[in-house]
Design a protein around this ligand. Structure first.
Ligand SMILES: [Zn+2]
Length: 230
């Protein structure tokens, strides 16, 4: 890809804009393949094969892979190249769920105590996006669900009003790692009902109910995915 030179100021804006949405498209496509296990955990990712598959230049592929590296889904080794991050271990899985159970039910209770109509509408919107089964591509739907689930849980922690706790959870990219354990509609369908229960507690501004609904959701999520390690 040729970046516009400085003496073409009118072209610059358009081209850069186009190229950033191209990076976004390429990123989403690779993200969907990683989340739906089309790119297997631990496997090599060659830039050349992605160039061929998506029919784009190296630049957007490298930019997309760099972003995925920042999210812990892709590893880059000097002189060797890229590979998909390995599946999390059972030990790390247990640790992640212990961390979530320590922090998120309490966060949900705090968020419920501080709930107002504006926040409730935001939470309902982000849960609602998950419920809509848009698009034919099952892989894209699954990866979108994983991202939206991450956004929903992050929003609850934002409204719980403790940035350190929120950052601690966000830093783990938990949702990307756990959704990648299994590519199955059960993971998404049951979670929708559990989110409804959390939203009902928020709508009632009931801290005890919100804490319990969040705890149940995380425990059920853990139990659904535990099957991966059998
Ligand atoms: Zn969830």
């Amino acid at each position: 890809m040729n970046l516009p030179s400085l003496d073409e100021p009118n072209l610059a804006g358009g081209r850069i804009q186009r190229s950033s949405s191209l990076v976004e498209d390429v990123y989403e496509a690779i993200f969907a393949q990683l989340m739906s296990l089309k790119i297997a955990p631990g496997s090599r990712i060659t830039v050349d094969s992605l160039v061929k598959e998506f029919n784009v230049s190296h630049t957007p592929i490298r930019e997309a892979l760099g972003r995925l590296e920042g999210e812990g889904l892709v590893l880059k080794t000097h002189l060797i190249g890229y590979r998909a991050a390995p599946q999390i271990t059972k030990r790390r899985f247990d640790e992640l769920y212990e961390l979530r159970l320590l922090l998120e039910p309490h966060g949900a209770a705090k968020a419920a105590a501080l709930m107002d109509e504006v926040k409730l509408a935001q939470l309902q919107e982000s849960a609602g996006v998950m419920a809509r089964r848009e698009g034919k591509d099952e892989r894209l739907r699954y990866s979108n669900f994983a991202r939206q689930d991450a956004i929903f849980h992050d929003k609850v922690m934002e409204f719980a009003n403790n940035e350190l706790v929120r950052e601690t959870l966000a830093h783990q990219h938990t949702h990307f790692h756990i959704f990648r354990l299994m590519f199955h509609s059960r993971v998404t369908e049951e979670a929708l009902d559990e989110h409804e229960a959390i939203l009902a507690a928020f709508a009632a501004a009931d801290p005890a109910a919100a804490e319990q609904a969040m705890r149940r959701h995380i425990e059920h999520s853990r139990d659904r995915l535990l099957l991966t390690f059998d």
